[in-house]
Write a protein that binds this ligand. Structure first.
Ligand code: MRU
Length: 356
């Protein structure tokens, strides 16, 4: 695979989450598409709340946000001794850990920073603080590089034509470019993406509010459809490939992604449409054997009972799983930052991690 474009040739969007000493700056995704606004967060609690309320969302963006949350702690703590510092660090770690359960990047990023701290416990306190901030920054920088690689790997294997995507796995869902977003952007530059179909993605509308906004912003030709139109569009022969993100891919290739992904996968099989997921290695959880073990977040009923702040249903009981699990048998391939993984996924994912 040859890297043909740098990030600045693929998007006009800034990083969706970044760090300056003592503060995290992020695009408030709850305001889009009405308003593009960056907000500043100065405490661990504010970062945790921003994740819970989905001001920042998308697996890799959440990973970077929690790492920066720990950086805020390191840069602002008043702890004088190492013991005091470590007590506060554990509290910050726990607070950030208990925000959203499904995207494994959150736990991966927290554990990566924590592991580094544990390796350097004998170092002077100021050095430990410096290491935390540097590691968080590295996690964010590596995310952009990983997306760039996935973008090129993906564009090399996707067929030319119309692509359908679900939810938002674009620049906003990562530090920059996106996972799916990078593939679409490279295809667009290559001239192989004719049209992007964007599912609106009820109940939180990440497709309509975020994907339609960011891809339109970068000049990618798209059509927005409501979720229940996807099957008909496939039946009409208007979709050549489907690509979606992932919140957690497990050892056998099953993966969790935004609710509605599974239905698309089944429809894709019926219509013989290639169906890919795109995710960096930080989204792959080799500790779980099958998708049945992935914890699925359930969110509040209001998300289903309302739309754009308006009540659309009576106060009845609601079931609101935020994600579903797609069995690996529906997957054509997994596009990662180390290359494309083809079936049999269990064997080939294992091989991918052995290469590390
Ligand atoms: O609930 P969200 O908006 O955080 O869900 C996001 C998704 O399901 C994305 O597809 C996934 O995180 C991949 S983002 C590159």
């Amino acid at each position: 695979m040859e890297i043909r474009y740098r990030p600045e040739e693929l998007t006009r969007l800034p990083r969706s989450v970044r760090y300056e000493p003592g503060r995290v700056i992020m695009i408030d995704q709850t305001l889009l598409p009405r308003e593009f606004k960056e907000i500043e967060l100065r405490t661990v609690d504010e970062v945790a709340e921003a994740i819970i309320t989905m001001k920042v969302r998308g697996a890799p963006a959440i990973g970077a946000a929690v790492a920066f949350g720990l950086a805020i702690y390191a840069d602002t703590t008043k702890a004088k001794t190492k013991d005091e510092f470590m007590e506060g660090f554990e509290r910050a770690y726990e607070r950030l850990k208990n925000t959203r359960p499904t995207a494994v990047n959150l736990f991966w990023a927290l554990n990566r920073v924590k592991g580094l701290v544990e390796e350097h416990l004998e170092d002077p306190l100021d050095e430990i603080k410096r290491l935390i901030v540097a590691e968080a920054q590295k996690i964010a920088d590596e995310d952009v590089e990983a997306n760039l690689r996935m973008g090129h790997y993906g564009a090399d294997v996707l067929p030319e034509g119309n692509v359908l995507t679900h939810c938002n796995a674009g620049s906003l869902a990562t530090v920059q470019l996106g996972t799916v977003g990078a593939v679409l952007r490279v295809m667009h530059r290559d001239g192989t993406l004719k049209l992007l179909w964007v599912d609106e993605t009820r109940p939180v509308l990440q497709g309509a509010r975020l994907s339609a906004w960011e891809y339109h912003y970068d000049g990618i030709p798209l059509k927005l459809i409501s979720d229940n139109m996807a099957g008909f569009v496939m039946q009409q022969g208007k979709v050549d490939a489907i690509i979606v993100g992932a919140d957690r891919i497990v050892a056998n290739g099953d993966f969790a992604n935004k609710i509605g992904t599974y239905s698309l996968a089944v429809l894709a099989k019926e219509h013989r449409i290639p169906f890919f997921t795109v995710a960096p290695l930080s989204t792959i959880d080799m500790s779980l054997k099958s998708g049945k073990e992935i914890p699925i977040e359930e969110r509040k009923p209001e998300e289903v009972l309302t739309c754009g702040g308006c009540k659309i249903a009576p106060d009845v009981d609601v079931y609101n799983p935020a994600f579903d699990v797609t069995p690996h048998k529906y997957l054509t391939g997994i596009i990662t930052d180390r290359g494309v993984v083809w079936p049999p996924f269990e064997r080939n994912l294992k091989k991918l991690f052995k290469k590390e």
